[in-house]
Design a protein around this ligand. Structure first.
Ligand code: RB5
Length: 150
């Protein structure tokens, strides 16, 4: 179960200092599978502020419906809070494959957030694969997604 079966996505990815290794692992994995990856860093473990990276990645996705995003920090919490400030982003912090599946099927999530201090590399790989392979179900869920704006 190491293959991504989906067509290549255009994927924006970013992390803070707590998740550089996980980010680099995911970037390599996605490129190996033929995805186009836009890597927004960071690339060092020097302390930085997760909202700076989250906002950069979210702005880069604006107006691009078919684009997926991945944001990684220590817990995934800060990144998801920051990303969900953007009206075009539906960010889901996932710690299980079920979260990833339901985030796509019910919430049409377009941003996957994970925490490198919480989720190991192999589980992160499985969560990512599920997130990319799973389609939005639409129907009643579309109505709910349409109501997310305030
Ligand atoms: C950095 O120490 C840490 O606070 C950050 O990576 C993240 O977990 C915030 O939500």
């Amino acid at each position: 179960m190491n293959e991504f079966t989906v067509k290549p996505h255009n994927i924006h990815i970013g992390c803070d200092h707590a998740a550089v290794d996980l980010k680099n692992f995911i970037v390599a994995l996605l490129k190996e599978r033929g995805h186009e990856v836009i890597d927004h860093g960071v690339n060092t473990t020097d302390s930085c502020d997760y909202p700076d990276i989250a906002h950069e990645v979210c702005r880069a996705m604006e107006g691009r419906e078919s684009t997926a995003g991945i944001l990684l920090c220590g817990t995934g919490i800060g990144m998801s809070i920051a990303a969900n400030r953007h009206p075009h982003i539906r960010a889901a912090l996932c710690t299980t494959e079920l979260h990833a599946s339901l985030a796509r099927r019910h919430n049409n999530a377009n941003m996957l957030c994970m925490g490198a201090r919480v989720t190991g590399v192999e589980l992160a790989r499985a969560i990512l694969r599920t997130f990319l392979e799973t389609d939005f179900e639409g129907g009643r869920h579309q109505r709910r997604v349409d109501k997310l704006g305030i």
